[in-house]
Design a protein around this ligand. Structure first.
Ligand SMILES: [Zn+2]
Length: 305
């Protein structure tokens, strides 16, 4: 049972929007693309986990603070007698381990951060979190590589690694175990959830302002900018995707709120943001889907609940 589903992080969603509306530097773009890859990897992992039939509790994307140190947990699976901790990697290409150092081999060889050290560190912090909760279930940590074309040369056999070709067998072996969860386990999952920190200190979105960003409604399919609209629809000039105007405006409002959580939602600001739609349309969408506060020139909107 999924106790905490995985959702796209605010950081990733902001980067996606900034990538369309501004020019990211080479460094920012590469950081952003790594976030996309990371998320893609997690989705592949989640797909595999769907075939788990055993009684378990799954918690995704957790962030804990232990002794002033933050650490992330990609996935935690609580079984009756054990907790599995997964660090998910979407590495592609060839790598080699030389004296405990990891090197990327496809293209120009370069040393990368040893992912096993990060796994070890997070696992030991997680053990302390569990200890503080009075939980004595053992934790088994796994570094799982989900992209089929990943290859690691000279990997010793005793590493806590699951290679792409081993995932299916790993899931099979888990399914063969017996696990009967009790209220103890759900209480533990709830305690872990209550320790989860929502605001990540790792967010690295570049600075931006409303004036800097390219305005306009973007296509839901290809992210191209829409240059005009017909009465009830927008049609993408690039890919031809057709979308109802209300849903397109709502999407744009959501994006505005994601980028500017502290700015007031007003008809003027959203019209400037959407650019092509009429004042009347924006007002209709805002007053139908949001709660109106203030009046006259100082009218603004907040989410309905
Ligand atoms: Zn399009």
């Amino acid at each position: 049972m999924i106790k905490k589903p995985r959702i796209e992080s605010v950081e990733l969603r902001r980067f996606r929007s900034l990538d369309t509306r501004t020019n990211l530097s080479v460094k920012e773009k590469s950081y952003y693309l790594n976030l996309e890859k990371g998320f893609q990897g997690e989705k592949i992992f989640d797909k595999w986990i769907e075939s788990l039939k055993i009684d378990c509790l799954i918690l995704n994307d957790l962030l804990f603070e232990q002794n002033n140190t933050f650490f992330q947990v990609d996935s935690l699976i609580i079984l009756q007698d054990i907790i599995h901790f997964f660090e998910i990697k979407y590495f592609e290409g060839d790598y080699i381990i030389k004296n405990d150092e990891w090197h990327f081999l496809s293209g120009k060889e370069k040393e990368i951060k040893n992912p096993l050290l990060q796994l070890k560190r997070s696992a030991s912090l997680l053990r302390r979190v569990l200890q503080d909760l009075g939980c004595h279930l053992p934790v088994e940590e796994h570094l799982i590589f989900v992209k089929p074309d990943f290859y690691l040369y000279q990997a010793p056999i005793n590493l806590p690694i699951i290679f792409p070709s081993q995932i299916e067998r790993f899931i099979d072996s888990m399914n063969k175990k017996s696990s009967n969860l009790t209220s103890y386990h759900s209480k533990l999952a709830n305690q872990l959830l209550s320790l989860h920190v929502d605001e990540s200190p790792f967010i690295r979105v570049p600075k931006y302002s409303f004036d800097q960003l390219k305005k306009g409604i973007t296509c839901d399919k290809c992210k191209g900018f829409i240059d005009h609209y017909e009465k009830y629809f927008i049609v993408c000039p690039k890919c031809g995707h057709k979308e109802n105007i209300t849903s397109a405006v709502l999407r744009s409002i959501e994006e505005y709120c994601l980028l500017f959580p502290n700015k007031k939602l007003t008809t003027n600001s959203i019209q400037e943001w959407c650019k092509i739609t009429s004042h009347k349309t924006i007002q209709r969408v805002l007053s139908t889907h949001f709660k109106q506060l203030g009046h006259g020139k100082s009218t603004y909107y907040i989410p309905n609940n």
